[in-house]
Design a binder for this molecule. Sequence first.
Ligand code: ADP
Ligand code: MG
Length: 326
Amino acid sequence: PRLANQIAAGEVVERPASVAKELIENALDAGATRIRVEAERGGIASLVISDDGHGIEQQQLALALARHATSKIQDLDDLEGVATLGFRGEALASIASVSRLTLTSAVEGETGFCVSAEGRDMVADVRPAPRNRGTTLEIRDLFFNTPARRKFLKTEKTEQNHIQTALSRQAMSRFDVGFEWVHDGKVHWQLPQAATEAARAARIAKLVGQPFMDAALSVEAEAIGLRLHGWVAAPTFSRSQPDLQYLFVNGRVVRDRLVGHAIRQAYRDVMYGQRHPAYVLYLELDPASVDVNVHPTKHEVRFRDQRLVHDFLFKSLHRLLAQVRT
Ligand code: ADP
Ligand code: MG
């Protein structure tokens, strides 16, 4: 089973950022309203993720580190809707197989317990660890037992940036959750829950920079079964690189050629030269009309009616941008 876990680990655990992403998804699945991510040395030395979610029962703690121990699929029908973000039931087992891991958790009304593993070997029994409701995953020495994989890691600075990118995407898609990001003792963000439009705009400004928000046009469009909202920068703020382009489809970050094309087309009329649009956009549609499971880690989707989505995006943005045409 250890080998199987390490093979599985190759799929989910590529670098500290992929660990962070999985653990944040778990925290979101647990209904967290606040998530704190603290890393040291690019997350290679340590990565600590804490949440205030529903926690894990004492008897379930060790099991949570076992492979296919998901508590999230009740029956096959669940696979269709994929109500929760994680559903493979092997993230924790995979991460544990390539690190020194401590899982601490408490459910409402109980005091909390923890369990530790080292490269899949449970190193201690479940023991008391008083805390408030929620869960903390502490990952140390990632890939300490898989030197070949460790060699593929880039500099600490690069790994830190990858974590920040992953975290930033999650923070952009879940305004209802507060996020804190600390690296080597420095607090980079403290993002409170954002319930109002102004608070959401303030969060985006913190994540991608105030100049974007200063140039941003607010998007709000609806058609049968489709809703587009968010911000698109006026053409005066277009970029020389396509580096400020975020699209979330039903809350999940997506890189999609069709969508990119629709947005570029809408810009073409109002833009000068070879510049790229900047946007943070959210597309909401019936989960049944989009397949998000094309690949679990690549950010691909497949729309049932591509033409419809393309035209909706193009028309919504074109109308808006035409108003600011100079
Ligand atoms: P999956 O998320 O696919 O179910 P994981 O390996 O990521 O599998 O997690 C295993 C199980 O551990 C989850 O199904 C859940 O029951 C529990 N778990 C993991 N992280 C948390 C958390 N932050 N809060 C509450 N429960 C958690
Ligand atoms: Mg998970």
